[in-house]
Design a protein around this ligand. Structure first.
Ligand SMILES: Nc1ncnc2c1ncn2[C@@H]1O[C@H](COP(=O)(O)OP(=O)(O)OP(=O)(O)O)[C@@H](O)[C@H]1O
Length: 304
């Protein structure tokens, strides 16, 4: 695949860097967001997510590096919708009238307003005042506004921030629907559980740097085998010979082997034949939160 092709990769950054005095908020970031996916941009608070998204939208000027959004330099926003920081609406106007005000600026027809209200599940509350909306409804109206121009790329900065569990679930469902409809969605979050539930791929950032980029399943690293064996030293040596050193770790006094679970009987047979007593052997799924903690070096992770 050609990752410079704007059709296949609507967002592409190379060496993207932003410094604020001594602080390097974003550090030589290379991103390629594939078309038609819900792409998670995951990292702890202060990792540089908002700064990156603001650079994509032309709101912050990079110190170094390049940005291409739909093949163009940032700031040319045709085809791009965004919800970054809280949406600004008139409190005493209805949701629908707020969208009408915005539609006037963008030359969007009335029919589209009804379509986006439907899309964000606010059609039956469109006549109500914005001030009376729940936080979740306000956020969804923000997404509706971002969808007015029927964008090919939607950029959402922490769309579930501050929402209660029901509001979060509604927003996740909305993002999934948008992804299923073919829109490319780039979504930032510090909530691992959220990204895990809605995203196809994920980029993990810490201290402004990209520390991982993969599918959620690959990030987890598949399953491994946990083997309780004695004497442990001999078991480790044999396992290394059989599998290679990089597939063998010792965790909590047990062997942690990176192998498919269906090799369990073979491993067991080899260990026993070599005089190692095996007292336990079970498949073990790596905890994504643990992976996130390792990648971001101990920053607290939240499973939302
Ligand atoms: N305008 C600014 N001036 C100075 N420093 C800034 C500015 N904007 C961001 N920073 C710093 O850059 C770093 C990255 O901030 P950024 O807001 O991009 O992170 P984030 O991952 O979006 O975190 P959060 O989820 O808390 O918003 C932080 O150390 C922040 O203090």
């Amino acid at each position: 695949m050609d990752d410079t092709d704007p059709v296949e990769f609507p967002v592409r950054t190379t060496g993207l860097t932003k410094r604020y005095g001594e602080i390097t908020a974003v550090d030589a970031l290379d991103l390629a967001v594939p078309a038609g996916q819900v792409y998670g941009f995951l990292g702890p608070n202060g990792a540089g997510k908002t700064t990156t998204l603001r650079m994509l939208l032309g709101l912050v000027r990079p110190t170094a590096g390049t940005v291409r959004v739909l093949g163009r330099p940032p700031g040319r926003l045709a085809g791009v919708g965004a919800l970054i920081e809280g949406p600004a609406f008139y409190p005493y106007l209805s949701g629908r009238d707020n969208l009408r005000v915005l539609a006037r600026y963008t030359g969007t027809g009335r029919a589209r307003i009804e379509t986006v209200l439907e899309m964000v599940d606010l059609a039956d509350r469109g006549a109500d005042r914005y001030a009376g909306y729940s936080l979740g409804m306000k956020q969804r109206l923000g997404v509706a506004a971002a969808l007015l121009k029927n964008p090919r790329l939607l950029i959402l900065d922490e769309p579930t921030n501050g929402l209660d569990p029901a509001g979060m679930a509604d927003m996740r469902a909305l993002v999934r629907r948008l992804g299923a409809g073919g829109c490319t969605v780039l979504l930032s979050s510090h909530l691992l559980g959220e990204v895990q539930q809605v995203c196809d791929r994920v980029a993990v950032v810490a201290d402004g740097r990209l520390v991982a980029e993969s599918t959620v399943a690959d990030l987890r690293g598949g399953t491994s085998l946990r083997v309780s064996a004695s004497p442990l030293g001999r078991a480790v040596g044999l396992a290394r010979t059989l599998l290679g050193a990089d597939r063998v770790r010792v965790v909590d006094g047990a062997l942690d082997l990176t192998v498919e679970p269906d090799r369990a009987a073979w491993i067991n047979g080899e260990l026993v034949a070599a005089g190692v007593a095996v007292s336990g052997l079970r498949p073990y799924e790596r905890d994504l939160e643990q992976v996130f903690l390792e990648l971001t070096k101990g920053e607290p992770a939240h499973v939302g």
